[in-house]
Design a protein around this ligand. Structure first.
Ligand code: MRU
Length: 364
């Protein structure tokens, strides 16, 4: 993506051939800062502390982290330890396990002395494939946006939740890839961006991305989306996913489920954009089976922002004695989802729909 005339990705190999560079997303929207990852522990910390976040980018970071972890010693013991450490970083986004499994599957048959080079090549492949996959999601999602435009010939109004833009992936994004494709196609559109408490990925990341891309948007308090849908102000919702079951139940950032309920009640199409690597083919009941990350209460009890003098501060919102709970994701049952936008086309949120797009991965 272009930011102020410079082309960026969220992660890329360092010029020294030994490290990986990332954008530190905890510093956005106030500063665009990069960080160098030199060892497995750096990559694990970047995932855990959310310098990188978003399911596809977590997967790519895990792949590079695996490479960093076995670069100097690649015996089976080291490989297993690296896999274990990375998979433990965050529990919900399945792309993490997917990337680690893929690295292990490619490297395990090789002699230890061949593994470091092969790991770097595989991590590069995962990153490049992510870019191509998201571009394809963009092309398929574009058709949905174009259909709205052709029907009403007025600015297409899209609501999105959290950040499933290029910052959540290596490039292009999932939910925002169709938005970028529509912009390129010259379709007039406007995006309502849920702020996405408690970490405010909508306010700090999606709003920043869209602003840099010159896409018209308004930030919304999380509670406002239902009202807008009731008043016919939203043509379609497009969100991302961190893990989707083989039956089409969609796990995404906390608050997604409420938007899907409001969309269903108001006849607003609700689409989920995701790569095949986000489907967990081992699961069939999202509510019962997807592990939901419980994050620190501090994320709910405090808020980060910039003071007038430019300092970035964290402020308390509630009494000092107030406890808080912080489930980071929720599950939207498949029957609330109009369709899933994948790199292989749009399909119904159902076992049959997903299996038809990914027959080689579907289980009987
Ligand atoms: O906790 P995060 O920021 O890693 O959550 C990821 C998200 O931004 C979303 O839930 C997103 O919609 C899916 S990832 C493309």
């Amino acid at each position: 993506m272009l930011v102020d005339g410079k082309s960026w990705r969220t992660i890329w190999p360092g010029e020294d051939g030994k490290s990986v560079e990332i954008i530190d997303q905890t510093r956005l929207p106030f500063e665009l800062v990069t960080v160098r990852l030199e060892q497995l522990e750096d990559a694990a910390r970047a995932i855990t502390e959310m310098l990188v976040r978003g399911a596809p980018l977590i997967g790519a970071t895990a792949a590079y982290g695996f490479w960093l972890g076995i670069r100097d010693c690649a015996d089976d013991v080291r490989m297993q330890a690296a896999a274990k450490q990375l998979i433990a970083c965050r529990p919900t986004a399945v792309n993490l396990r997917w990337a680690v499994d893929r690295m292990q599957a490619v490297l395990a048959p090789l002699a230890p002395e061949q593994r470091a080079q092969a790991a770097r090549a595989e991590a590069d492949r995962i990153a490049e494939e992510d870019v191509a996959t998201n571009a394809a999601i963009g092309r398929h999602g574009l058709a949905l946006i174009r259909a709205v435009w052709e029907r009403k010939r007025e600015t297409v109004q899209i609501l999105t939740h959290c950040n499933a833009g290029w910052l959540a992936t290596v490039d292009w994004g999932t939910a925002l890839a169709p938005v970028y494709a529509a912009q390129e196609a010259g379709i007039p559109l406007h995006v309502f961006v849920d702020e996405t408490r408690p970490r405010n990925q909508g306010a700090s990341l999606t709003a920043w991305e869209l602003g840099k891309a010159g896409i018209p948007h308004h930030l919304l308090a999380d509670n406002a989306g239902g009202h807008l849908m009731q008043h016919g102000k939203i043509d379609l919702c497009i969100v991302g996913s961190d893990r989707t079951t083989a039956s089409g139940d969609v796990c995404n950032k906390i608050g997604t489920y409420l938007k899907a309920l409001a969309a269903k009640a108001n006849g607003v199409p609700f689409y989920v954009a995701l790569p095949g690597s986000t489907v967990d083919w081992t699961l069939s009941d999202g509510v019962a089976q997807i592990p939901i990350e419980e994050r620190s209460a501090d994320e709910v009890l405090t808020i980060q922002g910039q003071a007038e003098d430019g300092r970035v501060l964290r402020l308390r919102l509630a009494p000092e004695t107030t406890p808080a709970c912080n489930p980071a994701f929720d599950v939207t049952p498949a029957d609330l989802v109009t369709g899933i936008i994948t790199e292989r086309g749009v399909c119904p949120a159902s076992r049959a729909g997903l299996a038809a797009r990914f027959p080689e991965q579907a289980r009987p």
